[in-house]
Design a protein around this ligand. Structure first.
Ligand code: MRU
Length: 359
């Protein structure tokens, strides 16, 4: 095992001197800047406008955003009134983005702790902050464990294709799909990564390529339509992507374009892996047909850096995610090991643990 500790320099979301601090992902790769938040409603907006994005990162940001709102709330006479205030906050966070279930999971977890500490406003406040900080710490540990399990699946010299950004920037740190890459490198394997640019918001080119370069992990940017050729030429050993929501049968929502990659991988007999924490599984949904898919502003497609590149007046579709059918996925890499549907080991952990309120 090498001495390198990769992906630890970037902490996407953190609590600093009673404030919530986010890396501004909309400024990358040009500038690594941090935004400090004192108002929970601005944190909701940060999730909506994708200052912070990626399923685990938005979950942890929402949890810490609720803690921020709890710290700086107006005075409440009773703990019931304070709980009602937290429920309103929770609803605002849930409505920020619909697809990643981690957001709902995180908000529910904070609310559960708040309800359990309901003997005084001060206790609730303290319990909510402690729980949010615990979630941030857990996320890092989860990604390291998940990365270790996934690294066992890679050959000694591996060429990995990934889509969007499922890295340190999509989590609190270290990453899921990129956590597997980092863990393999830490175990002494040589890994080169092909990063799909990931239209329309280009998270693969702007974020994945940037964060791997920070760790000196070899990375090559390709356009989304190059994957087939690379697979045909035998240049890809496996595809590893993250996930926003995984249904009970293994159907997986992830960034738009993931489904197409899975079809290509199947045709070329390239293993296709999904790397995601247990909190991304939504076992209440029997299949992926029921996963809500976020539709985003058409301007993300028609404009580049504020300049229109599409003709006026032509309709545009902009679903942010697609659903890959389970049969195209070789395995699910999680912090508790490499899993296959029907995910028997997960049922006990997840069912009943959360009610996942939808917006
Ligand atoms: C570990 S992150 C997994 C997914 O959240 C990621 O692949 C993805 O689709 C992110 O989408 P985004 O729209 O950038 O939030």
């Amino acid at each position: 095992m090498s001495e390198k500790r990769l992906g630890t320099a970037l902490q996407t979301v953190e609590w600093r001197e009673g404030r919530l601090v986010l890396i501004d992902q909309n400024a990358l790769p040009h500038r690594l800047t941090y935004i400090t938040y004192t108002d929970w409603q601005d944190v909701v907006e940060a999730i909506r406008t994708m200052v912070v994005r990626g399923a685990p990162a938005i979950g942890c940001t929402a949890a810490l955003g609720m803690a921020l709102g709890a710290q700086y709330s107006p005075p409440f006479a009773t703990s019931d009134a304070f709980l009602a205030h937290l429920e309103r906050m929770a609803q605002a966070f849930r409505s920020a983005r619909p697809t990643a279930v981690n957001l709902f999971w995180a908000v529910d977890r904070v609310l559960a702790v708040a309800r359990a500490a309901s003997d005084s406003v001060e206790h609730i406040r303290q319990a909510v902050l402690e729980e949010a900080l615990r979630m941030l710490e857990e996320d890092l540990q989860i990604n390291r464990r998940l990365g270790y399990h996934g690294a066992q699946l890679l050959p000694q010299h591996a060429s990995v294709l990934t889509h969007c950004n499922a890295g340190a920037l999509a989590t609190v740190g270290y990453g899921t799909a990129l956590g597997v890459v980092r863990a393999a490198v830490e175990l002494g394997k040589t890994v080169e990564v092909y990063a799909d640019e990931t239209r329309p918001r280009l998270q693969g080119m702007k974020l994945t390529a940037w964060e791997l370069a920070q760790d000196s992990i070899p990375v090559t940017i390709i356009t989304d339509n190059m994957a087939a050729v690379l697979m045909r030429e035998g240049k890809i050993d496996c595809v590893i992507v993250g996930a926003d929501r995984i249904a009970a049968n293994g159907d997986t929502a992830n960034k738009i374009g993931t489904y197409g990659l899975a079809v290509l991988a199947h045709y070329h007999r390239v293993p296709f892996y999904v790397a995601a924490p247990v909190s991304t599984f939504d076992l209440r949904l029997p299949s992926g047909d029921l996963i809500p898919i976020e539709q985003r502003d058409p301007q993300e497609v028609t404009h580049i850096q504020g300049n229109r590149i599409a003709p006026e007046g032509v309709p545009v579709l902009n679903p942010a995610f697609d659903v890959t059918p389970a049969e195209l996925i070789q395995a699910f890499i999680t912090e508790i090991g490499v899993l296959q549907p029907p995910f028997d080991t997960l049922h006990e952990r997840l069912i009943g643990a959360s009610s996942h309120h939808e917006p």
